[in-house]
Design a binder for this molecule. Structure first.
Ligand code: NDP
Length: 331
């Protein structure tokens, strides 16, 4: 198999030389193990954090060790009950063309008609559940509300905006980094309004798009976006803090919002969340999301890069906004 290893810890924006593609022989599966050929790999913003050193050190990718990440694959050989050759599985053994591991590392998937297998890394997977959990459990979106989603043309954001619409939001506003993405939001995805945050000050652009303010903010970006949203939130407003990608390459802690007193004045609730804590929502999410997809009420896009060799380029492209919807690597 071929697998990507972290070779040097990036400082600021990673460069291709921080990674190495290594060839490795895998042993045949032992008792209780399966061998899997990966078909799709996920690249996700959280991986940037694993490339650095964490305070405890134990979460980071090890140097010269295979990197991990979401992957969809097919069982090639099985010496474990419950998994057979040809079965579709999800694992965290990404960034490589295949793996041999205990069966417990894999979750069997049931193919969904009309939906590509890669969807288990996006709309039907971790990003979909993040959008769902953030809006319903964390922000507690109610019918008739005005919602603002940043990073709205990405994997999580594009779903958060659509779920808001389907859950009865009156107005859904999105921000993204290009005119094409803005057109995608107000066109195909049915956002009420959208703006390109690169064309001006986020605070002003948001005030123009939401003159009466917002009730809920779904934050993928942090920084200026979060500060602008705190200004725009109305009394008792809520924000689900999903991510803060504007600061992921920062070499110093990014400055916090300068308008925190607004939380007091407007009794705002800002609440962060980790999708991993919301696995209990999975059945309800799969039902509701599957239903919306089947009924054509919700759409999604993927940006697909080809070949294991493109994984680093795909990751860097994701961080630079070269994706619309979920960025995946097809093996
Ligand atoms: P996306 O598909 O949204 O891809 C990342 C996008 O971020 C890019 O396409 C780019 O779009 C945008 N971006 C990059 N730099 C900036 C910047 N400086 N300012 C504004 N936008 C920027 O990724 P995901 O949907 O997978 O993730 C979105 C967010 O959700 C991330 O912050 C991620 O960490 C977080 N997340 C959190 C989870 C949790 O459990 N809390 C789970 C999953 C994701 P553009 O062209 O618009 O700039």
């Amino acid at each position: 198999v071929q697998e990507w290893q972290l070779f040097a810890r990036p400082v600021g924006r990673p460069v291709p030389g921080d990674f190495r593609l290594v060839e490795r022989e895998l042993p045949p599966p032992a008792d209780g193990e399966v061998s899997v050929r990966n078909t799709y790999l996920s690249v996700d913003p959280y991986m940037r954090a694993l490339m650095g050193t964490t305070e405890s050190g134990d979460l980071a990718y090890g140097l010269g060790r295979p990197m991990t990440g979401g992957a969809v694959g097919e069982v090639v050989e099985s010496r474990a009950a419950g998994l057979s050759p040809g079965d579709l599985v999800l694992s965290d053994l990404g960034w490589r063309t295949g793996a041999v591991a205990p069966a417990a590392r894999f979750t069997a998937l049931r193919r969904v008609e009309g939906v590509p297998d890669s969807a288990f890394l996006g709309v039907l997977g971790m990003p979909g559940l993040s959008a769902y959990a953030g809006l319903t459990e964390i922000a507690k979106l109610r019918e008739g509300e005005t919602v603002f989603v940043s990073g709205a043309a990405g994997a999580v954001g594009s779903l958060a905006g659509q779920i808001a619409r389907l859950r009865g939001a009156k107005t859904v506003i999105g921000s993204a980094g290009s005119e094409e993405k803005v057109a995608y939001l107000t066109g195909e995805l049915g956002f009420t309004a959208a703006f390109n945050y690169k064309t001006g000050e986020v605070r002003k652009l948001l005030a123009e798009a939401a003159p009466a303010g917002i009730d809920v903010y779904f934050d993928n970006v942090g920084g200026d976006h979060l500060e602008a949203a705190i200004d725009a939130l109305t009394v008792d407003g809520r924000a689900a803090l999903c991510g803060a990608i504007s600061g992921y390459h920062a070499t110093e802690p990014p400055p916090g919002p300068r308008n925190m007193i607004e939380l007091v004045k407007k009794r705002l609730t800002l609440r962060g969340f980790e999708v991993g804590d919301h696995a209990g929502l999975q059945p309800r999410f799969a039902d509701e999301m599957g239903g919306w997809l089947a009924e054509g009420k919700l759409t999604f896009r993927e940006t697909v890069e080809d070949g294991i060799g493109s994984a680093v380029t795909a990751f860097l492209g994701l961080m630079d906004g070269r994706n619309t919807g979920k960025m995946v690597v097809r093996i």
